[in-house]
Design a protein around this ligand. Sequence first.
Ligand SMILES: [Zn+2]
Length: 156
Amino acid sequence: MYTGQTVEPCCLCDDARTVQQIDLPPRCVQLMQHAGSVAWQDVVGPLSLYFCESDWELVCDLVLELGQNPIGRCSVARASMTIREDFETYLSTTREVPDQRPLEAEMRATAQAALADPSSPVDTREQVQARVLLWSLEELSSSASSEWVTDAGDNA
Ligand SMILES: [Zn+2]
């Protein structure tokens, strides 16, 4: 089944030669550039961001050295995700908003575990993904728009 792009470009510079990828809950769409073009409520499953080699280095520095969340620089248009319309022909169900909370809770727990477990050496990708994910969720919960209410506005 066709779910969108087959080649995922770097979400920062559009380079097609990507080396790394992180997954985030759908709600994080709101923090990205051009967030208005996608309704996060329609995103099914995790959102994948891909990075080229030089941008991955940049992202690692930002996250691990400087403690900054790079998600605001990443473009929604270049993220890989499945939009609900793709599924509708299969499911032909109602236009209920998918409940993303279980997925989000699971991803949050995985991220917390990745950062908390001192026994296993956590790889860089896992660490970057965990931090970006937790920071983003924190940012979303502290922002003015309430969590599960439709927000049609641009958050730019
Ligand atoms: Zn790049």
